[in-house]
Design a binder for this molecule. Sequence first.
Ligand code: FE2
Length: 255
Amino acid sequence: MNPAGTVSSQGTPLQVARPYLIQQNWDAYTPEQHAVWAELVRRRMPQLREHAAREYLNGFEQIGLREDRIPNLSDVNRRLGPRTGWNATPVSGFLPPDAFFDMLAARQFPTTTYIRSRESMEYTPEPDIFHDVFGHVPMHAHPVFADFLQHYGRVCAALMGDRERLEKMGRLFWFTVEFGVIRQNGRVKLYGSGLISSHREGTHVIEGRPEIRDFSLDQVMEQKFLVSEEQKVLYAVESFEQIYEAAQEAEKRLG
Ligand SMILES: [Fe+2]
C-alpha cells in the first residue's frame, strides 16, 4: 500500500487511473443519504449473518463498517491497510479496463463515493458506495482473497488489447469476485459482491434457484453470462486458496 494512493506496486505512477481519482467529501453526505445506507445494510444483514461466508462477516467487522452511516474511506483504509495492504480508493465512476486493472495490481480498489437514491434501492446500473464498499471491500481484509485480487489485476493488465483472453478473465472475475459462492460446513455461502449487496440476487441463491457447480477454471472461462438477468449457474469453491490458484493457472495459460 502507499499513502499517496497514486503509485502502483511496480513503483510507477498510476498514470492511466489518475484522471479518475477523486476525494471522498464525507462531510457532504446528507442525513437522507446516511439513512439510505442504513436501510440497505439493515435489509441485508439478517440474511448475510446466516448465509454469507465467514470471511466476509469477519472482514465487515475488521474494517469497521457500521450500519448507521456511510463509511468514511479514510477510516476503512486505516484498518484495512495494515491487514492486507489494500486500499479503497475513491474514483469518479466506471474506469476503463486498463486503469481498473492497474489499480487492482497496486492493491487499490476503485471505489465510488456516490450512494443510490431511495428510488433505486434494489438496483443501480452505476456502481455506488454500497455495492463497492459493503459488497466488495470486506473480502479485501482476507489475506488469500487479497492476494488473489491483486494477482488477477496483474494478469489482466498484462493482457491489455487481447480481447479474447480478457473476456475469459472477465468471466473469472464475474464468477468469483462478483457472484462467487463457497461451501462451508456443508452449505453454500455467499461472498461475491453482487450477491452480498443485492437482496434479490442473494435471495435467488438462498432459495436454491441457480445451479451450483463445483468451481472449474475451464468451465468458468467458457461460461457466458448476462449482466441483466439473475444468474442461472454459479461456481462454488471449497476454499479461497482455490481462486488464488485459479488466477495463477490462468496466468500460465493465457499470459
Ligand atoms: Fe462489483
